[in-house]
Design a protein around this ligand. Structure first.
Ligand code: C2O
Ligand code: CU
Ligand code: CU
Length: 487
């Protein structure tokens, strides 16, 4: 057993002696519902840390302990005692140093989701393991031309990812624009979900929920339930929204307000795109402009049908969101008072390159499948890519650094799989056989049930091993992940 601080040891005692019997999950969660949450408080934001002179250095300490959730005391996981963890503001060319302290009882590690940085060594390496009671110094060097956008950090230790993110380990990363975008106000909204017991502990998750991809019954914005946001008419707010939910798609609406999308995941559209609704699969981010109009608007996540696990497994009917037909209420935006002067328009943005007109070095197909489980007595289905479940010792895909590849992501199962590739973003060029006529770069691409999506990827700047996987994190933990090596 690794040494633990006194504080962690006390927490372990309070969690209970049966914790050792929970196997891979490692954390004992009592089952049940009914946590007495507070709603309607003013929106708070996590602590903000900004780089200076090209550097940002910080410690993230992952622990189980007392943390505020929905205005009340709960016992959950967090970085540095707050849920979400601190927001990191960076610029292209910066160096980020993070000391990750593991005060959990399970191994963990750190991933900077979406950042275009090296996967080698103590960089963005998802194959590292940081044992309980130990720490590791990570270093990430952002290239000078790193795209602006909204990114995030979270644990990535295979087998523990869903439990650790569901439990509260996540935080935002912003790579700022070179030329600022004129706004009245900027906010970071980290949306996550969790299920708590009446006593404020993380609720147990069934095998069935894991197969479908768990959805918590509390949908939180910056750890709050239905927080209040206020603005004056004419103000232009910038909302950087992250879907940090473990397995929940968010179909976001803010009826009565006018929304424009500056970008999705990383990079920018040439001009902001007017939208009524934004669909974020787990892991996706939106950089939104909200032009405030008098009235009270509710930010909602409408239910999303992401399929079923199939009649064989008892999962008849579509996976229904616990939030009901009108969706989950995420936040309330009240616009009142004297109108403000109209802001200057958003300057035209530099768009990313378009790989549709570039030569392709290789074409591949990745087949995402679910089958009857072979594992003795697990009750779980198999989650595979090209017929194999994750093995960190095997390289599944070898690509030549510098080349452009075209990948067909095929989903043969009855559920959606949001497919994520580390380090290199994907340009979506075809969906269900139809060409995409806009420039769409994403690092998580939802592949609907029994459908396929075609993407192009430029394997620029870095070599080394990293992973691609389904961002329904229970599916990833169940094996729907592969190793890629660029060399
Ligand atoms: Cu957001 Cu591989 O992860
Ligand atoms: Cu990632
Ligand atoms: Cu999946």
């Amino acid at each position: 057993m690794q040494p633990l601080s006194r504080r962690s040891a006390l927490i372990l005692v309070s969690v209970g002696a049966a914790a050792t019997a929970t196997g891979a999950a490692g954390l004992l969660w009592a089952s049940g519902e009914g946590f007495q949450a507070a709603r309607g408080q003013e929106l708070e934001e996590p602590q903000t840390l900004r780089s200076a002179d090209g550097r940002l250095q910080l410690t993230l300490s992952a622990a189980l302990g007392k943390v505020k959730i929905a205005g009340k005391d709960a016992t959950a996981l967090s970085y540095n005692g707050s849920l979400p963890g601190p927001t990191l503001f960076l610029r292209a060319g910066d160096r980020l140093n993070v000391t990750l302290e593991n005060r959990l009882r399970d191994p963990t590690n750190l991933h900077v989701h979406g950042l275009h940085v090296s996967p080698q060594g103590n960089g963005d390496n998802p194959l590292l393991s940081v044992g309980p009671g130990t720490s590791l110094d990570y270093e990430y060097q952002l290239p000078a031309d790193h795209p602006p956008g909204v990114y995030w950090y979270h644990p990535h230790h295979h087998g523990f990812v869903a439990d650790q993110i569901f439990g509260g380990l996540y935080g935002a990363i912003v790579v700022q624009d070179d030329q600022p975008i004129p706004t009245s106000r900027e906010r970071v909204l980290v949306i996550s979900d969790i299920s708590l017991t009446p006593g404020g502990r993380i609720a147990a998750v069934s095998v069935m929920e894991k197969m479908m991809g768990r959805e918590g019954n509390l949908v939180l914005v910056n750890g709050q339930l239905n927080p209040r946001l206020a603005a004056r008419p004419g103000e232009r707010e910038r909302w950087r929204v992250i879907n940090a939910c473990t397995g929940r798609h968010l179909k976001l609406r803010l009826d009565g307000q006018s929304l424009q999308l500056l970008g999705l995941d990383s990079g920018r559209f040439r001009v902001p795109a007017k939208v009524d609704e934004v669909l974020l699969a787990p892991g996706n981010r939106a950089d939104l402009l909200v032009t405030a109009q008098t009235g009270t608007a509710v930010l909602r996540a409408l239910p999303v049908d992401r399929g079923s696990i199939g009649p064989m497994m008892g999962g008849n009917g579509p996976l229904r969101s616990s939030a009901g037909r009108s969706g989950a209420v995420l936040a309330t935006f009240t616009v009142a008072g004297a109108p403000v002067a109209t802001l200057v328009p958003v300057p035209e943005q530099q768009v990313p390159r378009d790989l549709r007109s570039e030569p392709v070095a290789a074409r591949r197909e990745l087949v995402f499948a679910m089958g009857m489980g072979m594992g003795p007595g697990t009750g779980m289905m198999d989650f595979t890519i090209n017929g194999k479940s994750f093995d960190p010792a095997r390289v599944d895909t070898t690509v030549s650094a510098g080349g452009v590849e075209e990948w067909t992501l095929r989903n043969t199962s009855l559920m959606d799989h949001p497919v994520h590739l580390h380090v290199w973003p994907m340009q979506v060029i075809e969906q269900a056989g139809l060409p995409v006529d806009t420039l769409r770069w994403q690092d998580v691409v939802n592949v609907p049930a029994r459908s396929s999506v075609r993407v192009r990827i430029a394997f620029d700047d870095f070599t080394g091993k990293t992973v691609y996987h389904c961002h329904i994190l229970d599916h990833e933990d169940a094996g729907m992940m592969g190793v890629i090596e660029a060399r």
